[in-house]
Ligand binder design. Structure first.
Ligand SMILES: Cc1ncc(COP(=O)(O)O)c(C=O)c1O
Length: 385
């Protein structure tokens, strides 16, 4: 059997300006990067606090690599669960104010594992229509009745929950929506969940480190009692600047995941040195609140500047500040024009975002300077978005 059919599909993607290409980074993740041999000022990583290349985080990684070696060597339930993993789980439980936390090797795996450990065919899952792909995939894979409610619309959720007779009901939402930057209305969603005896699961991949006085994300931002938010997911590759993810919650929840989450059970543990490095980034994230203050300033500067330029921004209070473009080919053209001017921002296109809503996903980091944000604004003016 030939691959002609696949080639035709790939060609079609190119024609529709939906073809994706990898670019090669030759420096650490930081504001000035080298990509494919050229230097750029970048505004597209999720390293919101600038911890991915922090000297103390690197040092902890190196020290732990000397102690534990490189690979985890086995799954957590065989003999890959090291002291470094265990300490990080305890610290994350304390940080989130939950009895327990469980590490996963990626956020994608945490979401697939958690939803599938909790739900089966007799159950129902309700998802915001703009949820991250890993949450949507998790729901579809679970075999539970899968329904999407209107974005951040607790009435739409309420109506759907009122009609279900499922054994278990799980409502799932991003905390900060990854491609839009807005926050889930957690207090409203939680009261609808209570009314219908449903669990609430929040994936706060983009909230931890950025929101809340001590970086505790959406839950801290909204002062949500932990009993109102039963399944809390965080990823470590974004604000924490490392890699991996965790689920935090009650003893029963975490024990259920240990017994049933297949993406936890059937995979090698994350490298212990990553866990040790994350313990250091967790401390920096909690204690050094100046990074959140700096982000707030940069967000304001960027939004004010865009308003002056007449650019359409989304209603986002977070470091995710997408500029809505619309058609994919136009988004690609603008991204290329910015690149020619030394600014690196990738265009986000369908199917990552709905059709007709391609955008430049600008992300800010505490490691950017005011001058760099000014330089971005000048470039946006120049390419006349
Ligand atoms: C909301 C959300 N959840 C989960 C993930 C996946 O996390 P990871 O990159 O650790 O797999 C991402 C992005 O990568 C995300 O934006």
């Amino acid at each position: 059997m030939s691959f002609d059919d696949l080639s035709t599909e790939l060609d079609l993607r190119k024609e529709q300006a939906l073809y994706r290409c990898r670019r090669t980074l030759q420096t650490p993740q930081q504001p000035i990067v080298q990509v494919d041999g050229r230097e750029y000022l970048a505004f597209c990583s999720n390293d919101y606090l600038g911890l991915a290349n922090h000297p103390e985080v690197i040092k902890s990684f190196q020290t732990a690599a000397n102690k534990y070696g490189v690979g985890g060597g086995a799954s957590h339930l065989v003999n890959g669960h090291s002291q470094a993993h265990h300490e990080l789980e305890e610290a994350l439980a304390e940080f989130t104010g939950r009895p327990k936390a469980l590490l996963f090797s990626t956020g994608y795996m945490a979401n697939i594992g958690a939803v599938n450990a909790l739900l089966g065919k007799q159950d129902a899952v309700f998802q915001d229509r703009l949820n991250h792909a890993s949450l949507l995939d998790a729901g579809l894979l679970s075999g539970a009745r899968f329904q999407r409610y209107l974005h951040n619309d607790s009435e739409s959720l309420d109506k759907k929950l009122a009609k279900t007779e499922a054994r278990r009901k799980l409502v799932v939402t991003d905390g900060v929506f990854s491609m839009d930057g807005d926050l889930a209305e957690l207090p409203e969603l939680s009261s609808v969940c209570k009314k219908h005896d449903a669990w609430l699961m929040v994936d706060d991949a983009h909230g931890f480190g950025c929101l809340g006085e001590s970086g505790g994300g959406c839950a801290e931002h909204f002062s949500m009692p932990s009993d109102d938010l039963q399944v809390l997911v965080g990823t470590l590759g974004k604000g924490f600047g490392t890699a991996g993810a965790f689920v935090a919650g009650s003893e029963v929840l975490i024990e259920t995941l240990v017994q049933h989450a297949r993406t936890y059970i059937y995979t090698t543990s994350m490298p212990p040195a990553v866990a040790a490095a994350t313990l250091t980034s967790l401390r920096l994230l909690q204690e050094e609140s100046w990074r959140r203050d700096k982000l707030t300033q940069l967000i304001k500067q960027f939004r004010d500047g865009c308003q002056e330029l007449g650019l359409t921004l989304m209603d986002s209070p977070t470091p995710i500040q997408p500029i809505m473009i619309g058609e994919s080919d136009k988004a690609m053209q603008i991204s290329k024009a910015l690149e020619d001017d030394g600014i690196f921002i990738s265009a986000i296109r369908p199917p990552t975002v709905p059709h007709g809503s391609a955008r430049l996903r600008v992300t800010l980091s505490a490691s950017h300077t005011e001058q760099q944000v000014e330089r971005l604004l000048q470039s946006l003016e120049k390419v006349s978005v």
